[in-house]
Design a protein around this ligand. Structure first.
Ligand code: HEM
Ligand SMILES: *[C@@H]1O[C@H](CO)[C@@H](O)[C@H](O)[C@H]1NC(C)=O
Length: 498
């Protein structure tokens, strides 16, 4: 008797899965054959999502084809294959693609409800309110504070270099960016540079250390959002959430009590909490932000801001250590500019064109965010095709795969900063280089991220020669368990004081 029941259940499950895995076929979208349970994410535990997405991209890409269909586990995802289509998604048809469809859960895990995850009008109102924090005027105002951290960074590295040891630079750089963001977002002297165990760094490390679980949770939340909410799933560990909540509460109380004004991110967030008008503006849909809401924004600035930039710096130093001629050229660029401006000023930083090229070439080869997601908010007919993407469908822009496509970047595995000389940039499609996404939902922290990256690299090149250490692993392997692209086993380099 029960055996019949089992057979029926199994048959139904197989029928349902077959049906599920023919989603793209039925809609006339070129697709890849997928199997239960991983779909086209086969190997997700052994390979990084950058490479998995690249595999699908290469298999599906064909002239004139805008998109293809793949499956994440049992869920259909449309993968962008054409740069004009990428432009439709990011910019031209933005009204269909303003959401990411990532998991957030305001009730059980208030820190997940931030700019990166929020949707629709709520996102839009918040983005309008936060945008003034990231203008070049604000960057200029924050510059002295960031520069002070960069100088301290230069000194504390010098002290370690004097001991003659190899240095695991990824952790060192993460301490630098943690201090920068901690200072600008929380108004704290985190001082993880002086004390590697400082609490903020410790917490930052914890967020990304539980990576395999974090990765699974984020994928699960992306694919089964309602179920995850009903299960009260938390993305971040409770101790981490509690720490950040308390840090924000202490900062807010301190500032309100002592009337401290520092022109940083936290200032603006406090203004939003008290709903004072922030500069001139007319959107009033948002109303006052609650304490939880401002804590979540401060948190996302921290999470989005430190690991991405420190990763870029890590890979940039690795490439410059491997290519001493390029390193000499970059250092000359720093020294010449400093001579011209007297010191590393805000203007000097923007004049270091070759350093910028080196950073951009690193962002091309190792974009920290390897795939960008959008969720379709209304049925969308793909231009010049009969394909309709249904409401709720996920679209993935495979940033890493595009950046490594020989059609746009000949000899894509070679590090060559000259690709970012103006004449070469002019010849390329705008959407071929998208480390920060594009359009109204692109990275709000682009200027800030580039600024702290340039400052960090400039201060290092100015004072040190960088070399590979005997234990540097060449070629690099990407750690599959890390959400953000990062070298497996850390990055060991040697520094020589100049
Ligand atoms: C090198 C450094 C960085 C890289 C490569 C990077 C990359 C990205 C990417 C690819 C996105 C998604 C864009 C899209 O969907 O089109 C994003 C969004 C975002 N980033 Fe960054 N980011 C960096 C630094 C920062 C910093 C320093 C901050 C904050 C201080 C920040 C805050 C954010 C936020 C809040 C969003 C969500 C914006 C929204 O949905 O409106 N990022 N970033
Ligand atoms: C380098 O990348 C940044 C961020 O994407 C961009 O704003 C800048 O124009 C790029 N520079 C060059 C020379 O392409």
């Amino acid at each position: 008797m029960w055996i019949h029941l089992v057979l029926i259940v199994v048959s139904l499950a197989i029928y349902w899965l077959r049906n599920r895995y023919s989603y793209w076929q039925k809609r006339g979208v070129p697709f890849l054959q997928a199997y239960f349970p991983f779909g086209n994410l086969q190997g997700v535990f052994g390979q990084h999502l950058s490479v998995l997405a690249q595999r699908s991209y290469q298999q599906l890409k064909s002239p004139g084809r805008k998109l293809g269909g793949i499956y994440f586990f049992i869920n259909p995802v449309a993968i962008a294959l054409d740069l004009e289509f990428v432009k439709d998604v990011f910019i031209r048809d933005f009204q269909y693609f303003h959401d990411r469809g990532l998991y957030y859960n305001e009730k059980d895990d208030p820190l997940t409800a931030h700019l990166l995850t929020l949707e629709g009008n709520k996102w839009k109102a918040l983005r309008n309110k936060l945008t003034p924090t990231f203008t070049s005027g604000k960057m200029k105002m924050m510059f002295p504070v960031i520069k002070a951290v960069a100088e301290r960074f230069q000194q504390s590295l010098g002290a370690v270099v004097a001991t003659g040891q190899d240095i695991e630079i990824k952790d060192f750089l993460a301490r630098y960016t943690t201090d920068v963001i901690g200072t600008c977002a929380f108004g704290l002297e985190c001082n993880s540079l002086a004390d590697p165990k400082a609490k903020f760094r410790e917490m930052g490390r914890l967020i990304f250390r539980q990576s395999p679980i974090l990765l699974m949770k984020i994928l699960f939340g992306l694919m089964f959002r309602d179920l995850a909410r009903r299960m009260h799933m938390r993305v971040f560990r409770k101790d981490v959430s509690d720490f950040f909540m308390k840090a924000v509460r202490d900062t807010v109380e301190h500032r309100e009590k002592n009337k401290v004004v520092r022109n940083d991110f936290m200032d603006l967030l406090i203004k939003l909490k008290n709903a004072e008008p922030v500069e001139e503006e007319n959107t009033n849909q948002l109303g006052q932000l609650t304490f939880n809401e401002i804590a979540a924004q401060a948190f996302v600035f921290f999470v989005a801001g430190f690991e991405t930039s420190s990763t870029v710096m890590t890979f940039c130093l690795y490439e410059l250590a491997r290519n001493q001629e390029l390193q000499d050229k970059a250092r000359q660029n720093v020294l010449d500019t400093v001579k011209q401006h007297g010191s590393i000023t805000y203007e000097a930083i923007y004049d270091m064109k070759y350093v910028e090229n080196c950073i951009n070439e690193t962002l091309r080869m190792c974009p920290p965010i390897v795939n960008i997601f959008r969720s379709v908010s209304n049925n969308y007919k793909v231009p010049e095709t009969e394909i309709v993407l249904e409401k709720g469908c996920r679209v993935m822009v495979p940033v890493y795969a595009i950046h490594h496509d020989a059609e746009y970047f000949p000899d894509p595995e070679t590090y060559n900063p000259d690709r970012f000389n103006p004449d070469q940039v002019a010849q390329r499609h705008h959407m071929a280089f998208i480390p920060f996404g594009d359009g109204p939902r692109s990275c709000i922290g682009l200027r800030f991220g580039m600024l702290q990256t340039r400052l960090g690299i400039a201060h290092l090149l100015q004072k040190f020669r960088i070399k590979l250490a005997p234990r540097t692993i060449v070629p690099l392997t990407i750690d599959p368990a890390n959400l953000i692209i990062s070298p497996k086993g850390g990055m060991w380099l040697q520094f020589e004081k100049l």
